[in-house]
Design a protein around this ligand. Structure first.
Ligand SMILES: [Fe+2]
Length: 217
């Protein structure tokens, strides 16, 4: 195992609530309730959670439920009823914090898929700072779960996902303006997750994180 992957071991403190076996089911139920009137977003969340289940192979076993629960919850901040700053990673994290979810979940939701780069463009970095970012195996895997799942829940490569994102949000969007810094982060996270999976014996053809063609997962 390469040095930078070794160094991050045992850095994650896991709230004992997140080790409850029913935590993922509670996250799924809450997401289904909150995104009830947005079937596409719900399909995306469900598929990202499925993808995260596979990507648990790239995290410590004690972090598996944290990863899958966060994947379910990562986009709840899009729900109109949760709108606060208007930036869904922060709004989702704030809601989860308000209703008593452990900080590890709130922090992951706040920072999924390089949200800090978009927050800077939106001048919401102060608000985001309430949620510390940790670059680790779980935040990498959550970002990859999101970035390999399309807006309707379809399997998609990271290349396709970024292209689609720029097309949907438009060239002047905060996402597009953040792209020069956010894209390298997402690609680096993907490489790290791919490397972790390959250490467990899952080859590229199976994890399909770095493939550039159409995926048929
Ligand atoms: Fe997402």
């Amino acid at each position: 195992m390469s040095h930078h992957l070794q160094a991050e071991k045992n850095t994650i403190q896991i709230d004992e609530r997140l080790q409850m076996p029913q935590m993922v089911a509670i996250a799924a139920d809450l997401t289904q309730h909150i995104l009830d009137s947005d079937p596409d977003r719900l399909a995306h969340s469900k598929a990202a959670a499925r993808r995260a289940e596979f990507l648990t192979l790239a995290v410590e076993p004690k972090c598996a439920a944290l990863l899958v629960a966060a994947a379910w919850l990562h986009d709840i901040g899009y729900a109109p009823g949760l709108r606060d700053t208007g930036f869904h990673p922060i709004d989702g994290a704030r809601h989860l914090q308000t209703i008593g979810w452990p900080p590890a979940i709130c922090n992951l939701v706040a920072h999924h898929s390089g949200a800090r780069f978009v927050a800077r463009v939106l001048q919401l970095n102060r608000q985001l700072e309430a949620y510390p970012f940790s670059q680790d195996a779980v935040s990498d895997a959550l970002t990859v779960a999101d970035q390999t799942t399309g807006p309707h829940g379809e399997a998609i490569t990271i290349e396709e996902r970024m292209r689609d994102m720029l097309r949907r949000h438009g060239p002047d969007s905060p996402n597009a303006l953040a792209h020069p810094l956010r894209e390298p982060y997402i690609r680096a996270a993907a490489s790290r997750v791919a490397e972790r999976l390959e250490h467990t014996g899952i080859d590229r053809a199976r994890h399909r994180i770095l493939t550039t063609g159409l995926s048929d997962r």
